[in-house]
Unconditional design. Sequence first.
Length: 95
Amino acid sequence: METQRELRGRIDELDKEMMALFEARMAVSVKIAEYKHKNDIPIFDEQREEEVVHKNVKRLADETLERHAASFFRHLMALSRKRQHENINGQKLSH
């Protein structure tokens, strides 16, 4: 049986990987914001967001996590929208 310290070490490594992926995703989100702004496309696309949630939830091997995964992606997309609005409004131009 793994110790709590070993398990926490594994979580720390996973968190490190997730942060790198989060930064990469947010950088792409800024590029999407720039594209949307140039082409007069609204930031929020409810249909696209629901497609993303559905597609990613269906990738789960553990179906008991569906509700949590859906919540995770909805929060992630809300952060992405906020970042896009910040970029368009000139508050955060660097990525």
